[in-house]
Design a protein around this ligand. Structure first.
Ligand SMILES: [Zn+2]
Length: 381
């Protein structure tokens, strides 16, 4: 996820916070600090306590941070089971709506997906239920300190049960949607199961938005929008992985690749781009890959300086590389999440080829067209 800041590591997984999280944390803190409503016996904030505003704000902030620790535990549970199932986790990001575990390279059959999805809400329920007797106990004691402790335990219990409950809704992009998909996948195959779970998610989002408008509840509309967009993204991601199934970078890269030297001038580079019709070149010093240069980089140099400015001074020095065995679906993820045009393919320290974003998208379109044709063929007979 872009615009995220890494704050630490747990179980070897980078823990990141997204900028939207910095918006939601004070909102939660404010709501916990001043809320005085009671729901099902739970007091949902410190607003009714006979203490000053600063103390309420501090307590609100502490409760908000405890809530996000619980969200983090929910995500860690997903990630732990994912790692045990052989997936790679590139990070956990806390954002506006809680947390998200970035699971790399989702295989087609997604083994253990149902259990992996289930442990998140199960963790939230477990935390919520563990704090429930504590809340009952503290609530029966008198005195300001016990009252504060009781409200805190109650908030943890209430919101974790709510979080668990929200996530078992059987619709994408919630955890329950994944459980639904893997149950359906056994009967109708992975792609159709994904489509059904996505449709359920979208229908639920529409129903939620209608309720939100009927009851003038902006939160409900907001969450509905989140579910609708999330469901669509899930579908696209799965279809891309499906279309590129079995293809590796080695099969689609351009090889051999022509390279430029960091000492070449921009004028020389532009002449080569014209004759060879390439838009980007790896920059190689001797045998070593030192950067990448594209037409956009070259265009930043004014025309009267193109013969004196060297490739080395305007190239991008950090090159993202992949290996020929990298799955094509993973390569497309790398180019789109980093917003770059091409990846250099390295094989045992040597440049083996180059794969561009447009190559990948082209292959994706051809594959998708082939699959559509195959679908029509099989359903027609
Ligand atoms: Zn979850």
């Amino acid at each position: 996820m872009r615009a995220s800041l890494q704050i630490g590591r747990l179980l070897g997984i980078p823990i990141k916070i997204h900028i939207s999280f910095l918006l939601i944390l004070p909102l939660f803190a404010l709501s916990f600090a001043f809320a005085n409503a009671t729901l099902l016996g739970f007091i949902l904030g410190y607003g009714g306590l006979p203490i000053d505003t600063i103390s309420k704000l501090i307590l609100g902030l502490v409760a908000a941070m405890l809530f996000f620790v619980a969200v983090l535990l929910h995500e860690l549970a997903h990630s732990y089971v994912a790692i045990r199932n052989g997936y790679k986790i590139s990070g956990i990001t806390l954002f506006l709506f809680g947390g998200v575990s970035e699971i790399e390279s989702q295989p087609k059959e997604a083994p253990g997906e149902a259990f992996m999805a289930f442990v998140g809400p199960a963790t939230s329920f477990a935390i919520g239920l563990a704090f429930f007797p504590l809340w009952l106990l503290l609530d029966s004691l008198s005195g300001l300190v016990w009252e504060i402790a009781a409200i805190t335990a109650g908030l943890i219990s209430f919101y974790n049960i709510l979080l668990g409950g929200f996530n078992i809704i059987p619709a994408f992009p919630m955890d329950g949607g994944r459980v639904l998909r893997s149950v359906l996948a056994r009967r109708m195959g992975f792609t159709r199961a994904t489509r059904v779970a996505v449709q359920v998610g979208k229908l639920m989002a529409v129903a939620m938005a209608i309720l939100g408008f009927l009851f003038f509840n902006p939160w409900l509309i907001f969450i509905a929008l989140f579910i609708y967009i999330g469901a669509g993204e899930e579908e696209r991601g799965t279809l891309v992985a499906q279309a590129l199934e079995g293809l590796t970078v080695g099969q689609i890269m351009t090889a051999p690749v022509s390279t430029v030297s960091p000492r070449d001038s921009i004028a020389d580079l532009l002449r080569r781009m014209m004759t060879e019709k390439h838009m980007g070149y790896p920059v190689v010093d001797g045998e070593r890959l030192v950067g990448i240069i594209t037409l956009q980089d070259a265009q930043k140099v004014p025309a009267d300086q193109q013969s004196v400015v060297s490739v080395g001074s305007v190239m991008t020095p950090d090159v993202l590389t992949v290996s020929p065995d990298t799955p094509a679906s993973e390569a497309i993820q790398v180019v789109s999440s980093n917003r770059i045009g091409r990846l250099v393919v390295m094989d045992q320290g040597r440049i083996a080829g180059i794969v561009s974003r447009s190559d990948l998208i082209h292959i994706l379109e051809v594959r998708a067209a082939e699959q559509r044709a195959a679908c029509r063929g099989s359903s027609g007979t």
